[in-house]
Design a binder for this molecule. Structure first.
Ligand code: CA
Ligand code: CA
Ligand code: CA
Ligand code: CA
Length: 246
C-alpha cells in the first residue's frame, strides 16, 4: 500500500506540471477549449442545467455565453467531432436523460435527443468503438448500458441487465487480450465489440475508475476510488481484487 501511495503521489506531481488541464481532468463537467488566438476558454456545466463559456485574456475570465436551460443538472461534457463532419462539438449530458450537441464556434444547440427518451443518466463516455468513424455515446441510462450512435443518433445496443448504476464508465483493453472492454464502475465488464458480459465482479470497482499499470506487467490494473479517497485495485485479467500479499 505504501508503494501504491508513493506511485500515486508521484503521478500527481507529474500532472501538476500542467495544472490547468489536471484540474479540469478531475471534473466531468469542465472543459478547456483551445482557441486559435491568444484567448483561453473554459466551458462548464452547472447543477442548474446551464452551460457557461468563459473567455480569458491576460489572466481574467469573463462569461461570453450562457445556454438556455438544458433540462436537468449537467452531468457530463465532452469535446468531440461527434457527427464526423470535421468540426468539434460540445456534447452535453444532463442527469434527466438529455443529450445536446453545441456548436463550438457559434454556440448553437445543433441537436438534442427527444425529451422523455431517457429519464436518468448515470455514468457516460464518448468514444469510437466500432467500424463506423463517428464516436459512440456509451451511457448508463435508466439502469441499462446503452450504446448510442453519435452521428445518426439512434440506440444501437442496450444491455439485458436493467439494474446497472455505474457512476463512471471507461473503454480500454483491461485484461490484455488485445481487444477492448467497456468497464462499468459498479463492477461489470462487457466486451466492447460483441457486448458479451465478460465479468461481473462481486464488489463494485469504485465510484470513479481509471487504469494504471502498477506492477509493470504490461497489463493495466483497474483502480477504483470511493468517496473521493478510498482505493481498490483490481486485476481484471485474473478477475479478482489485487491481494496485498502479492
Ligand atoms: Ca462535428
Ligand atoms: Ca463508431
Ligand atoms: Ca480485452
Ligand atoms: Ca499490471
Amino acid at each position: 500500500m505504501v508503494r501504491l501511495l508513493f506511485i500515486l503521489s508521484a503521478l500527481t506531481f507529474i500532472f501538476q506540471s500542467d495544472l490547468l488541464s489536471l484540474q479540469f481532468d478531475e471534473f466531468d463537467t469542465i472543459l478547456y477549449l483551445e482557441t486559435s488566438d491568444e484567448s483561453k476558454r473554459i466551458v462548464y456545466g452547472d447543477a442548474n442545467g446551464r452551460v457557461h463559456i468563459l473567455e480569458g485574456k491576460n489572466g481574467q475570465f469573463q462569461e461570453i455565453w450562457l445556454s438556455e436551460y438544458l433540462e436537468g443538472a449537467i452531468c457530463g461534457l465532452y469535446l468531440k467531432d461527434i457527427n464526423n463532419d470535421g468540426l468539434t462539438e460540445i456534447i452535453v449530458f444532463t442527469e434527466q436523460g438529455r443529450i445536446h450537441y453545441i456548436d463550438v464556434k457559434d454556440h448553437r444547440v445543433i441537436w438534442s435527443n427527444p425529451p422523455g427518451e431517457y429519464e436518468h443518466f448515470n455514468g457516460h463516455t464518448v468514444i469510437n468503438i466500432d467500424e463506423d468513424k463517428q464516436p459512440e455515446i456509451i451511457i448508463c441510462a435508466d439502469g441499462y448500458l446503452v450504446v448510442y450512435d453519435g452521428r445518426d443518433q439512434y440506440e444501437q445496443w442496450r444491455s439485458e441487465q436493467n439494474n446497472l448504476a455505474a457512476k463512471d464508465i471507461l473503454v480500454a483493453d483491461v485484461d490484455g487480450d488485445g481487444s477492448r472492454e467497456i468497464v462499468l464502475s459498479d463492477g461489470y465488464v462487457f466486451d466492447a465489440h460483441f457486448f458479451d458480459l465478460e465479468w461481473q465482479s462481486p464488489k463494485p470497482f469504485g465510484d470513479t475508475i481509471d487504469l494504471i499499470d502498477l506492477d509493470g506487467d504490461g497489463i493495466a490494473e483497474l483502480i477504483g476510488q470511493f468517496q473521493g479517497r478510498y482505493i481498490r485495485v483490481f486485476d481484471v485479467d485474473l478477475r479478482r481484487e489485487k491481494s496485498i500479499a502479492q
